[in-house]
Write a protein that binds this ligand. Sequence first.
Ligand code: BES
Ligand code: MN
Length: 454
Amino acid sequence: MPDLQAALSYANQHQERFLEEFKDFCAIPSISTLSENAGDVARTAQWLADELARLGLERIQIIPTKLHPVVCGEWMGAPGKPVVLVYGHYDVQPVDPIEEWISPPFDPVVRGDNLYARGASDMKGQIQALLKALEALKQQGAFPVNIRFMLEGEEEMGSPSLEDFVEKHRGLLVCDVVLNCDGGIAGPDTPALTYGLRGLSYFELEVFGPSSDLHSGVFGGAVHNPAQALCELIAGMHGPDGSVNLPGFYDTVRPIEPEERAALAGLPLSDEEWKTLSGVPAPWGEAEYTITERIGARPTLEVNGLVSGFTGEGAKTVLPARAMAKLSMRLVPDQDPFEVEKQLRAYLETHAPNTIRWELRQLSGAGPGMIERDSPYMRAARQALEEVFGIPPKFKREGGSIPVVSLLKERIGADTVLMGFELPDAGFHGPNEKMHLPSFYRLIETYIRFLCIL
Ligand code: BES
Ligand code: MN
């Protein structure tokens, strides 16, 4: 068993180097969704495999998938102790709108208490904290538990290869618990553990009108403009109360139990805080649910993108031939990502006018993930957080999605502890993403303590 205090002081003494290495990790533009970055994604996988080798892990492999590889490795030198499968994703989101970044997204820089870079919070900082916690423990002799790694490169695009990967490589993933580092806390001094994630179903809806773009004066008035028809369809997808109008959408939505409502009320988000955090003039959504409940425990349908017609400079009188929307739904237990596809299709079959033609394509689907709050592993996480923060963590439901959580539960039977220190204002997926460095160092300490408690 490594000496906890010695590991903690090692981590303290090496903060500067840990930060420099964290910057190297962030400097590689591992954007999974853009094919031009495929080489960078591969380079990041190699960077991680090298890190695992430095930590003394065995059976390190960079396992190819149809798209981006998964990095695996293990150390099984603690017989009788649990096997912890560490999950992380080393891919990041695209950087647009690039002009809003104060410093270039892949030129990591410290300003104030934060490291700014794409992926700094989501989630290279969390992976780096875990790697450095392991380094500190290794320096004291050995790891306190058995460790396996599964680091994927496709999470930010919906983990399209993951199901196949889990089926083919089950043997590499068998474990007692998954430590998923892709988690957040409510504030720098507010420890939290996430026990729920929403699922996601992602679509492209394309509407076709005339066979090519037309003069809007010569044809306008007697052709149903596809951009307009698409907007009409989209407008009908919500009721005036903010609820989603697809047939059967709420049939399997599990109500929030009174006990859970009371617990979530302990994580209040006022209208004012919400305005500051999001920048909106006023909150929106289902009035009978609090903001915390709307984000964490209620399903949604969002328009992620809309394209049609002339979007260049100046005026062009055109009637576009087609219009396309990217739509996605966040799902809660017990909704199914493929069942909602049928509901969306049924809505379109009923509401689409005969003046246009439409096509619907599902791009990805992931189920919602729920985590048992009172497992021995969650208790260990709770204890570690309480030791570091001096107060017990709150339990929260996250509005975002991490496809692997429900997948590993279904296919391997493995429960997850979702613990990382991504902060609500970290700018994930937006410009000027940052990692709060005091939280980064605290996370190293938390992981060290957690692994020693197990
Ligand atoms: N790190 C996020 C999930 C998350 C968000 C955790 C906020 C904690 C706090 C994750 O990388 C993510 O963004 N996932 C995508 C998944 C999708 C592409 C399937 C998401 O939620 O949009
Ligand atoms: Mn993430």
